[in-house]
Design a protein around this ligand. Structure first.
Ligand SMILES: [Zn+2]
Length: 325
């Protein structure tokens, strides 16, 4: 039996009224007004689970597994006696930061360069499985769709600039590499715009959309997220990223260098034991726009792949690539 650690990040669902899945699963005093965002089940030193077994009670899980290797099973040696994965429950009330996770090589580099902001040298592939209706942004939209959004949103066009807009349009019937280059340039133009320019254009856009008679889905989403993060640069990212809605039981696998942001709902999430996040929008935390822009996989665009899982003997099995989980 374990006591998992609760994280009260401000984007979490408030504990009151039992509406937060995290609050319901936590073996903790539920404060009405506190956000219950994440429940961590694992050995990560930031918030290790604690063992609640006779004779071992109060010991952190990592220490317990080192002393009782038998619980690690036959693969103990592969991961240096530690759990390779971290299991979480998330209750999302408010958008999480727009983020991507580094691969192993970049994680080592970031950790060596900036330990306070990149506390691990490990990669962080993750799989999120919806428990309730779950909504997020995941991966770049198909370039045609992004070009269509740019055409419909003059403020976005302004931030990207005429030359890059032309480059995007002309790349549509070219090869994958030219399309990736155009996408990279457009995304970078938005992300590297000075803050006052972003706020000015965002404000014009929000005013225009609010007085519009008919809004497209993506524009409704922009207005909704603007309530949470007024005039944030992330609002413009929404036009670049797929808006994904998962039904309970459906899952998303987020490999390295894939831009994403969770927006609402409850999910179970499993990832490599790591807390390495490169953030760029919708967050009061440390942003590293240059790293995010340079690491993203711009060749990968198009609808997000939703995993249905496979029913097997009373279980549902999701099999992402890699061997951390
Ligand atoms: Zn993530």
């Amino acid at each position: 039996k374990l006591e998992p650690a609760v994280q009260n990040y401000e984007w979490g669902v408030r504990g009151g009224g039992q509406s937060s899945l995290v609050a319901r699963m936590a073996n903790a005093q539920v404060a009405e007004e506190k956000p219950f965002a994440e429940l961590w089940m694992g050995t990560h030193p930031k918030a290790p689970s604690v063992v609640l077994e006779d004779g071992w009670s109060g010991m952190v899980l990592g220490e317990f597994l080192r002393l009782n290797e038998v619980f690690m099973g036959s693969k103990a040696g592969m991961f240096g006696g530690d759990l390779p994965y971290l299991f979480k429950c998330l209750s999302v009330a408010k958008a999480l930061s727009i983020q991507a996770h580094p691969d192993k090589t970049l994680a080592k580099l970031l950790h060596a360069r900036d330990k306070p902001n990149y506390p691990d040298d490990n990669h962080k592939p993750e799989l999120a499985c919806a428990v309730t209706e779950f909504e997020g942004l995941c991966g770049f939209r198909k370039l045609d769709e992004i070009v269509e959004n740019v055409g419909a949103v003059p403020e976005l066009k302004e931030l990207i600039g005429q030359d890059t807009v032309k480059l995007m349009e002309s790349s549509l019937d070219k090869d994958a590499q030219s399309r990736a280059e155009a996408l990279k340039q457009a995304f970078n133009m938005v992300m590297s715009s000075p803050e006052d320019r972003v706020k000015h254009q965002a404000s014009k856009m929000v005013d225009r959309l609010k007085s519009s008679q008919k809004l497209r889905d993506v524009e409704e989403l922009v207005l909704r997220i603007n309530e949470q993060f007024p005039l944030d640069v992330g609002l413009f990212n929404i036009f670049f990223l797929n808006h994904v809605k998962l039904r309970p039981g459906q899952a998303l696998f987020l490999g390295p260098n894939l831009p994403h942001a969770y927006l609402s709902g409850d999910c179970m999430e499993i990832m490599a034991t790591s807390d390495n996040v490169v953030r760029a929008g919708f967050t009061p935390k440390f942003k590293d726009v240059a790293t995010l822009c340079s690491m993203l996989d711009y060749e990968r665009s198009g609808p997000a792949e939703i995993m249905e899982g496979e029913a097997r003997e009373g279980m549902r099995v999701y099999a992402p690539p890699g061997h951390d989980f």
